[in-house]
Write a protein that binds this ligand. Structure first.
Ligand code: GTP
Ligand code: MG
Length: 239
């Protein structure tokens, strides 16, 4: 049943012009029925024009344009709202625009929804999962963030910071209504914490996180500091 769900891939973008077409081609090669919503924060590099150019010849490509840089987490929330409202999506896939998340995994993620499982996390930290070309600093940061999420928030998901995941419509609706207290990278752990509180089932399936296709990382020191602070705030004030 899950394999027939109408699925929509939500892709937040900030200065990702060089990656737009590659993402669309890679997703279409996996399943030409998948819809792709780019949620762009008026990127100065003109990502929105590139999305419009690609969408002109592909009805599966959509642009949700926001007025300025408002963060990865709120981009996902707005993208889910658009996908459900405008496209009738029954399943949502969160995916980055730089092809670090292999689109070939999408059918497995969406297919694992159902039977009480509302969130499927693509995981670097279960058997068969991993990363390529990560520095010691990046591996340490990822371990620290996941450890904090497990110890402070009690999350059992091993890769709770992974931004590659499928959500049922029920889970996406809950997140749109939740008004989580984070708009940034900590959205990933905050959303799992909230959905767990709501009693929603979760699974992890392995994937290998690849090197960036093109463009530059948006994860700077400010994002990292906000992440750790947000986790502590969630512990203290809840979601
Ligand atoms: N709309 C929107 N997208 C964002 C924002 N910040 C980051 N993104 C997008 O979110 C995705 C993840 O950002 P990345 O910079 O790749 O972060 P990362 O994968 O954790 O870090 P790297 O491994 O260094 O690439 C990319 O598609 C970014 O363009 C934002 O404020 N708004
Ligand atoms: Mg990335």
């Amino acid at each position: 049943m899950a394999a027939q769900l109408k699925a929509c891939v939500v892709v937040p973008t900030y200065n990702e012009k060089e990656n737009v077409e590659a993402v669309v081609l890679a997703v279409a090669a996996v399943d030409p029925s998948l819809q792709v919503v780019f949620v762009d924060d008026s990127s100065p590099d003109g990502t929105e024009d590139e999305v419009r150019r690609v969408a002109a010849t592909n009805n599966n490509v959509h642009l949700l344009l926001r007025k300025g840089k408002m963060g990865l987490g709120s981009a996902h929330i707005d993208g889910f709202g658009y996908a459900m409202r405008e496209l009738g999506a029954q399943a949502m896939v969160e995916m980055d625009s730089d092809l670090q998340h292999p689109p070939e995994k999408i059918p497995e993620l969406v297919g694992a929804l159902g039977g009480g499982c509302e969130v499927v996390v693509a995981s670097r930290k279960v058997s068969g999962g991993g990363t390529t070309n990560w520095s010691l600093w990046r591996r340490t940061l990822s371990r620290g963030a996941n450890l904090l999420a497990r110890v402070v928030l009690g999350l059992e998901v091993k890769d709770s910071t992974s931004g590659f995941r499928a959500l049922s419509r029920k889970a996406a609706e809950a997140l749109v209504e939740a008004k989580l207290p984070t708009s940034s990278y900590s959205f990933q752990v905050a959303s799992l914490f909230y959905l767990k509180k709501k009693g929603m089932g979760m699974k992890e399936v392995p994937f290998v996180f690849r090197a960036r296709n093109a463009g530059k990382s948006k994860m700077g020191a400010g994002e990292i500091a906000r992440f750790f602070w947000s986790v502590l705030k969630i512990r203290i004030f809840g979601v």
